[in-house]
Design a protein. Structure first.
Length: 183
């Protein structure tokens, strides 16, 4: 049986649950290994889609949607456990919601919303941040290093949103124009 890209994408939800169960059961190394597998599955689904020409519009949407569920759920879990600052989590999640809103508005208006390299780097930095947090939980990464990397990741997330907005300024302009017309 061959895995489809969407099956790999959806497997991240199962992996997410297993990660949290592992951490709650104090199996930190298993949870961290699963976290890394989940991050790598994000690259795998794209590879399968491109290699076997199995990419679909639904798959593109699903991948981005599951990415956000995966990363945001883990950030909120780690926040609840006191392993990361609220401000870092807020900036990362808020950035992603603004980007989703811009994408949604573009789709509604028949505009193509370009992905940008800084957004892809942002996702990888967020993934590394999750690994740093996991390693901090087992005292491999010191708190100050985690704080510095978390701050850098949040700052990069904000910068990548500005880059995303500049790259898609026609959509942004249309959005603000629609606000003034509707008022």
């Amino acid at each position: 049986m061959k895995l489809t890209p969407n099956q790999v994408t959806l497997s991240r939800l199962i992996i997410l649950v297993l990660i949290i169960i592992s951490y709650e059961s104090k199996f930190f190394f298993l949870g961290t290994a699963l976290l890394i597998i989940g991050l790598l599955s994000d690259a795998l689904d794209g590879y399968i889609a491109r290699k076997f020409k199995k990419g679909t519009e639904v798959g593109i949407f699903l991948d981005q949607f599951i990415d956000k569920i995966y990363v945001h759920s883990l950030l909120l879990y780690f926040l609840a456990k006191g392993n990361i600052s609220f401000l870092i989590v807020l900036i990362i999640i808020l950035r992603d919601h603004v980007a989703v809103a811009i994408r949604y508005f573009g789709v509604l208006n028949g505009q193509v919303i370009k992905s940008i390299w800084s957004g892809k780097l942002k996702l990888w930095l967020q993934g590394f941040l999750l690994v740093f947090i996991a390693l901090h939980m087992v005292e491999v990464i010191p708190a100050n290093a985690l704080s510095i990397f978390g701050t850098f990741t949040a700052a990069w997330s904000a910068v990548s949103l500005l880059h995303f907005m500049l790259a898609n300024r026609i959509t942004i302009n249309s959005f603000f124009e629609s606000l003034s017309i509707d008022a």
